[in-house]
Design a binder for this molecule. Structure first.
Ligand SMILES: [Zn+2]
Ligand SMILES: [Zn+2]
Length: 137
């Protein structure tokens, strides 16, 4: 197996591989991403869900996003690492959190979004385009 993208959680019980390019790569600085990750932002890659092969049990936690979408965050029930996300407004898409990639250099963000909610200690690449709110619209 020689997937373009592969990754796993901290304990290794959940792993994934993807043999397609992401439809979107960007850093979400919204408060929910800060809170759920315990960090400044979530580096998000969006793939077609059918292109992502997942091994292991993933638990999803649902919350209501600012956009009105239901946002389901997928994590390893054993170690708690966040790996995936589903959005009610994007059927068939699956978010993959780039911090879980085996090769970190495989992530190339092209947007910072929800920068209006960014923490004062969040440092962003000044070269990347910025959106105050959602990535779309
Ligand atoms: Zn785990
Ligand atoms: Zn977010």
């Amino acid at each position: 197996m020689n997937a373009k993208y592969s990754g796993k959680c901290l304990c290794g019980k959940v792993s994934y591989s993807v043999n397609a390019e992401p439809m979107f790569s960007g850093n979400c600085h919204c408060k929910d991403c800060q809170r759920s990750s315990g960090s400044a932002f979530i580096p998000a890659m969006i793939f077609r869900e059918k292109d992502v092969d997942i091994i292991g049990e993933v638990k999803y936690f649902e919350s209501q996003a600012d956009s009105g979408d239901t946002h389901s965050r997928g994590f390893c029930p054993n170690c708690g690492s966040q790996l995936f996300a589903r959005f009610s407004g994007m059927a068939g898409a699956l978010g993959v959190k780039a911090g879980t990639l085996d090769d970190s250099s495989n992530y190339a963000p092209n947007l910072d979004f929800y920068v209006g909610s960014a923490a004062p200690w969040d440092f962003m690449d000044p070269q990347l385009p910025k959106k105050q709110g959602a990535a779309r619209g």
